[in-house]
Design a binder for this molecule. Structure first.
Ligand SMILES: NC(=O)c1ccc[n+]([C@@H]2O[C@H](COP(=O)([O-])OP(=O)(O)OC[C@H]3O[C@@H](n4cnc5c(N)ncnc54)[C@H](O)[C@@H]3O)[C@@H](O)[C@H]2O)c1
Length: 440
């Protein structure tokens, strides 16, 4: 099959690489010239395990082509996947400018009938609006080209994106005609050879499913963070409570870890977009609004613990930070807790030494110039603890799990660890460390 993927970010690049791995010929098109130039020269714009090899192999075989030329990318294509960003607008709604600009590009350049598939996370009803937009431009062009539309939301997790894409839990297809389901099932059948994982539905339900999946996961996190705060206030231990409730099959162990808040490019914006969609349709969501409020508070929990320990004036103090990306396995720092924690500590007078295995460059771009004077970014974990008054663990990369406590003891001015992900064993307190965790 010939496939065009519009938007070469986390979703577009991974999707394009995986489709090419299955023997399809894939054009990945992006408006960002430097990104495409880099990709042509083997430079990946993101860190994602196994992606580099897959992209290289696809390029070498001629199955994966990067371009900024939409005309070239649409020539002879059978499927057009739209995978551009849908960031948050000021009012919380999803900004659909990139989606409609991609739709305009398709409408102005396509010269044959084709199926347009929206993979980006878009508000309920967007697919129909995109089809209408394309049809209107085709009409203005006096073109007889017919396009069909489908929704196919993406569920990959950054850090495991290739695995998720090659072995999906489910493939949601939203469409209004049986032949569209069949076309997409044929395309995806190579990903689900051992058993069928298609879930077919109407377009609006498909668009909604993506938002609800993210809202449910974010709700679980915020619920457990609230429980952690109640545990802390009452002397209970959220780790033990987690095991106690997870053993109930109706609850399960996944996504009930307490921590220092969620970030990322999806949960925060998707919850806001769902709230906005509910409101403009006359429903005031009560749970969703509070999921976000709990999370905003949770991102400050580590700062509050630092203040409780060291006082609110942090002038003269330096803190070591382990982990800047919003979660392990990615260099993505969008809405990362590290940004909130580091900015807040600096606002209180502190200096920062920070280390992350992959996200340092992205962090530099995101944190804001005024903060950079107070931050030293280092290239190994122990340098980030030298002469620091405490270590703050924000992202649970594997290399932070079993540190050499002897080195930490020598490096830190005070043997204080703020563990934002509850990965350390309380027994280290026997070696003189003060350990502050979340909800225990
Ligand atoms: N990142 C994730 O983990 C993830 C997971 C599931 C779903 N999603 C959703 O997928 C969509 C894409 O997310 P992402 O993280 O890949 O975004 P991203 O910001 O990493 O990448 C988007 C890309 O689209 C390009 N682009 C914008 N307008 C374009 C146009 N008109 N033509 C060609 N390229 C254009 C941008 O230059 C950018 O490279 C979003 O709706 C997001 O919510 C993301």
């Amino acid at each position: 099959m010939n496939i065009t993927v519009i938007g070469t970010g986390y979703v577009g690049l991974v999707t394009g690489a995986c489709f090419s791995k299955m023997g399809n010929k894939v054009y990945c098109v992006d408006i960002d010239e430097s990104k495409i130039e880099g990709l042509k020269n083997g430079i990946l714009p993101i860190f994602e395990p196994h992606l580099g090899t897959m992209v290289k192999n696809g390029q070498e075989k001629g199955d994966l082509i990067f371009t900024t030329d939409i005309g070239e990318a649409l020539d002879n294509t059978d499927f057009i996947f739209i995978a551009v960003g849908t960031p948050m607008s000021e009012d919380g709604s999803a900004n659909l400018d990139y989606i409609f600009s991609a739709a305009t590009d398709i409408a102005e350049n396509i010269d044959h009938d084709v199926l347009v598939v929206i993979k980006s996370t878009v508000p309920i009803g967007t697919c129909f609006k995109v089809k209408e937009h394309i049809d209107n431009i085709l009409k203005e062009r006096n073109s007889n080209v017919k396009i069909d539309i489908a929704s196919n939301p993406e569920f990959l997790k950054e850090g495991r994106a290739i695995e998720d894409c090659m072995h999906p839990d489910r493939i949601i297809i939203g469409a209004e005609k049986p032949e569209i389901f069949d076309k997409l099932k044929d395309l995806y059948s190579s990903f689900v050879l051992n058993h069928d994982r298609f879930i077919l539905m109407d377009i609006k339900s498909s668009e909604m499913t993506k938002y609800v999946a993210n809202a449910m996961l974010a709700t679980k996190i915020s619920f457990m963070n609230e429980v952690a705060n109640i545990c802390e206030a009452t002397g209970a231990n959220v780790q033990k409570v987690r095991l106690g409730i997870g053993s109930d099959k109706r609850i399960g162990y996944d996504f009930i870890y307490a921590g220092c808040g969620y970030g990322g490019s999806c949960f925060p914006k998707d919850i806001q977009a769902l709230i906005h969609t509910a409101q403009i349709n006359g429903y005031e969501p009560m749970i969703l609004s509070n999921v976000e409020k709990v999370n905003a508070n949770q991102k400050m929990v580590l700062v509050n613990k630092v203040v409780d320990r060291f006082g609110s004036d942090l002038n003269g103090r330096t803190f070591g930070i382990w982990g800047l990306s919003f979660k392990p396995g990615t260099n993505d720092v969008r809405e990362a807790t590290s940004l909130t924690v580091i900015r807040s500590l600096i606002d209180k007078g502190a200096k920062i030494k920070a280390y992350d295995p992959e996200a340092i460059e992205e962090f530099k771009k995101a944190v804001g110039e005024k903060y950079m004077d107070s931050i030293e970014l280092v290239d190994n974990r122990y340098s980030a603890t030298e002469n620091c008054d405490g270590l703050i663990l924000i992202t649970e990369w594997k290399e932070f799990r079993n540190p050499d406590y002897g080195i930490l003891s020598d490096n830190l001015n005070e043997k204080v660890i703020f563990d934002g992900r509850n990965i350390y064993d309380k027994r280290i307190t026997k070696e003189g460390f003060e350990l502050f965790q979340i909800g225990c």
